[in-house]
Design a protein around this ligand. Structure first.
Ligand code: ATP
Ligand code: PLP
Ligand code: MG
Ligand code: NA
Ligand code: MG
Length: 268
């Protein structure tokens, strides 16, 4: 009986393949949302191919996003702004340096939920994140700066991945924190960060008081999709370690609509 949720999704568009809006719009629609995409750039293909960098690549674009958020909030005070602060990965910055302070000073304070990776969480907090403890501290720091929900989508620890989630249910009270362990698949995927953020948005809006369930559902969908992607490449005779893989998004629609929870959150 509830009203259909509506998502304004500001991300890159690729003609071929799945990153940015191409990996976020379809799953959000499958989860029952009306989606209004704004394409920040249009590329032929994603950056796993001979390179192209884009994302939100300028301060003026980010300024415009902030204006949109503020305008929409004035009309709808309950607006949820989910921000994936796309700045870099694995120690490499892929946007201009001057964006870091804009994210820190102006974007983080207005975000409802933040979904950085390990490197982005380091840039936003100024801490090194090398352990679970460091990750939890980074989440606490980010809560103090604004968002009540923080998900560090992947931290590399001992060759595996750790997702860390943190929900500050009441301002100033200790947040509820959890982790999900994800065995690392020996292959390189593109579009998975964007897909992860869209699934977290989709599920956390259905379970607003239960970020760990939203994360279990999101990770379980994503891992089923990655296994399918791997198997499909292997059965077509490709070596999955030799190239960046194109995710099998459309083929995984059942895993997106009704994931089987195989990845459980451990609450701290
Ligand atoms: P962003 O791309 O938004 O900056 P990110 O670096 O965390 O964030 P990814 O590295 O794509 O993005 O990871 C997002 C999610 O994708 C992880 O939480 C994990 O579930 C999944 N994932 C990505 N690569 C792998 C892999 N090689 N093996 C297993 N899971 C993976
Ligand atoms: N290529 C392009 C054009 C993108 O816009 C993005 C992310 O926004 C990526 C690649 C990387 O996607 P992901 O971090 O989800 O792997
Ligand atoms: Mg990454
Ligand atoms: Na992320
Ligand atoms: Mg990304």
């Amino acid at each position: 009986p509830s009203e259909t949720g509506r998502v304004l999704s500001i991300q890159s568009h690729t003609v071929q393949g799945y990153v940015g809006n191409k990996s976020a719009v379809f799953p959000l629609q499958l989860l029952g949302y009306d989606v209004d995409p704004i394409n920040s750039v249009q590329f032929s293909n994603h950056t796993g191919y001979p390179t192209f960098k884009g994302y939100i690549g300028s301060v003026s674009f980010l300024d415009t996003v902030l204006e949109v958020v503020s305008k929409l909030r004035s009309v709808n005070p309950k607006l949820i702004y989910v921000c994936d602060p796309v700045m870099g990965d694995e120690g490499k910055l892929y946007v201009p340096q001057e964006l870091i302070s804009v994210y820190r000073e102006r974007v983080v304070p207005v975000a409802s939920m933040l979904a950085p990776n390990q490197f982005e969480a380091e840039l936003l907090t100024g801490f090194r994140i090398q352990s679970e403890g460091d990750g939890r501290k980074a989440c606490n720091f980010l809560h103090a700066a604004g968002p009540s929900k923080v998900v560090i989508t992947s931290i590399n620890i001992d060759g595996n991945l750790l997702l860390l989630g943190s929900h500050e249910k009441e301002k100033g009270k200790p947040p509820k924190q959890f982790k999900i362990l994800i065995p690392k698949i020996p292959a390189y995927f593109t579009g998975t960060g964007d897909l992860m953020t869209s699934l977290l948005l989709g599920w956390s809006n259905k379970y607003p008081e239960n970020l760990e369930i939203a994360a279990e559902l999101a990770v379980s969908s994503l891992q089923a999709l990655l296994q399918r992607t791997l198997n499909d490449y292997k059965s077509a005779g490709h070596d999955p370690q030799s190239t960046s893989l194109e995710i099998r998004l459309i083929q995984s629609q059942d895993d997106i609509r009704s994931p089987q929870i195989k990845f459980k959150a451990e609450i701290y």
